[in-house]
Write a protein of this length. Structure first.
Length: 282
C-alpha cells in the first residue's frame, strides 16, 4: 500500500478480503461445513488481504470468533492483537475490519466495542468520512459494524443501516458516531432457498457481476462490499469449496479484462493469483 496515492479515496481502492476470516482454526468435523479459510489472519495479511470479517460470540466472559455454531478457537482479543501488531510493523498499510455479532445479544455487541477500545490505541482507529483518503487511514483500522451498540456505548468507525442479508442492496448506509454517513452498495447473496448448487452458482455470479459493472461508474463517495462467498446445502454438504472455486474463477477471468476499481471483495478460500489480481487494479 506504500505505492497508493495519498489523495486516493479509500472507497475507490480495490481491496481483497476474506469472509468469516477467523475460520482456519475450526476443528474436525465442523471444518467440513463451516470453514471458509485455510490461512490464519497473519497468513492472510501476508498474502495481501486487507479486509477482515470477524464474528464474535459471547461465551462466558470471552468473545470468541464463530461461524454459526462452529468455534474457531480464536478470541476476538487475539484477532485484534494480531492485526494491531502487524499494522504497527507496517505503518504505510491500513485495513478494514467488519464485525458481526455471532451470539450473545446486545451485551455481546456492546462488549465488542469495549474490546476494541481496550485492544486498539485511539490513534490507530480511523475516523470515518465518506471521502476519507488513503493518507487519512495509513497505519489505522477502519471498523464497520453490522450491529448497533446501545445508545450510551460509543463505537469506532461506522455501523451499517439496511444490510441486504441474503441479497443485494443499493440503499445500505454506513453511519459514524458523529453522524457522517455514506452510501454503501452491498451484495451478500450467500445461499439459495433450495439445494440446487448449479442454479445457485449461476445466480451468485450474476449478483457479483451486476455489482462489479455498476461500481465501475459509481459516483464519488459510494462504497462497495461485494461478497464472492456463499454456499448451498446443509450439514457436511454445504458446497462452500465448490462455490469458492467456481465464483473465484469467474472473478479472476473478469479481472483479466477489466481495470477499474471494484471496492471490497470478501472471498472464501482466495488463491494468491486472485488476491494479486485485485491488488493490481490499484
Amino acid at each position: 500500500m506504500a505505492g497508493l496515492p495519498d489523495n486516493k479515496p479509500v472507497c475507490r481502492v480495490s481491496i481483497p478480503g476474506t469472509h468469516d476470516s477467523g475460520t482456519a482454526g475450526i476443528w474436525f468435523p465442523m471444518r467440513h461445513y463451516a470453514r471458509t479459510q485455510t490461512m490464519d489472519l497473519a497468513e492472510q495479511w501476508d498474502a495481501g488481504i486487507r479486509f477482515f470479517d470477524l464474528r464474535p460470540k459471547l461465551e462466558g466472559d470471552k468473545l470468541k470468533i464463530h461461524h454459526g455454531p462452529a468455534n474457531c478457537h480464536l478470541t476476538f482479543e487475539e484477532a485484534l492483537t494480531i492485526l494491531r501488531e502487524t499494522l504497527e510493523q507496517n505503518p504505510t498499510e491500513f485495513c478494514i475490519v467488519m464485525t458481526n455479532c455471532a451470539g450473545g445479544g446486545q451485551a455481546a455487541v456492546d462488549m465488542i466495542m469495549g474490546q476494541i477500545d481496550n485492544s486498539i490505541p485511539q490513534g490507530m482507529l480511523a475516523v470515518f468520512d465518506p471521502d476519507i483518503k488513503v493518507s487519512d487511514i495509513r497505519g489505522r483500522i477502519l471498523f464497520i459494524h453490522r450491529n448497533a451498540p446501545s445508545a450510551d456505548v460509543s463505537f469506532p468507525g461506522v455501523i451499517t443501516r439496511g444490510w441486504p442479508g441474503n441479497g443485494l442492496s443499493w440503499q445500505t448506509r454506513m453511519v459514524s458516531s458523529g453522524g457522517r454517513d455514506a452510501q454503501l452498495w452491498a451484495q451478500d447473496f450467500f445461499t439459495f432457498g433450495s439445494n440446487d448448487p448449479d442454479a445457485y452458482l449461476s445466480a451468485k455470479w450474476d449478483n457479483v457481476y451486476r455489482l462489479l459493472r455498476a461500481f465501475e461508474n459509481a459516483d464519488d463517495g459510494v462504497w462497495c462490499i461485494n461478497h464472492a462467498s456463499g454456499y448451498t446445502g446443509t450439514g457436511v454438504s454445504t458446497n462452500i469449496k465448490k462455490n469458492a472455486r467456481t465464483t473465484n474463477e469467474h472473478l479472476l477471468e473478469y479481472l483479466g479484462n477489466h481495470n477499474k476499481p471494484i471496492g471490497i471483495v470478501p472471498i472464501d478460500f482466495p488463491q494468491q493469483e486472485l488476491i494479486d489480481a485485485i491488488i493490481f487494479l490499484n
